[in-house]
Design a protein around this ligand. Structure first.
Ligand SMILES: [Zn+2]
Length: 117
């Protein structure tokens, strides 16, 4: 009887460890997913890679790119059509903003990708 009880306890403990491990793994996987990098290109050259979580303003060829509250948008640009400004705010991996006249291209990428290469 006693042995059976101990075995049940072991099964319970092992199950608990498994559940906690899965929880921890899921937690880190989800966090990674939320981590998005902002890739900024000028004239087809990558000029800057910044974290979407870090609020800042970056000026590339007269295009003022604002990163704010995990969204990216173009605040000002010296281009004529202002298409880039009208593209509004982007925040999900895969979304882009393009300013053709100024040759500026902004792309959001999930940061499973190597940053800095
Ligand atoms: Zn523009």
């Amino acid at each position: 009887m006693l042995m059976k009880k101990i075995r049940n306890d072991i099964i319970l403990i092992v199950s608990l460890i498994l559940i906690i491990s899965i929880g921890v793994i899921l937690y880190f996987t989800m966090q990674k997913k939320e981590n998005i990098a902002v890739y900024i290109y000028y004239d087809k050259e990558l000029v800057e890679v910044v974290d979407l979580n870090k609020n800042q303003e970056i000026v590339v060829n007269d295009v003022v790119i604002v990163i704010e509250n995990e969204t990216v948008y173009v605040k000002e640009s010296s281009c004529k059509d202002k298409v880039c400004i009208h593209q509004g705010k982007i925040k999900a991996a895969g979304q882009t903003i393009t300013c053709l006249p100024q040759r500026v291209f902004i792309q959001l990428e999930g940061s499973g990708v190597d940053v800095g290469v």
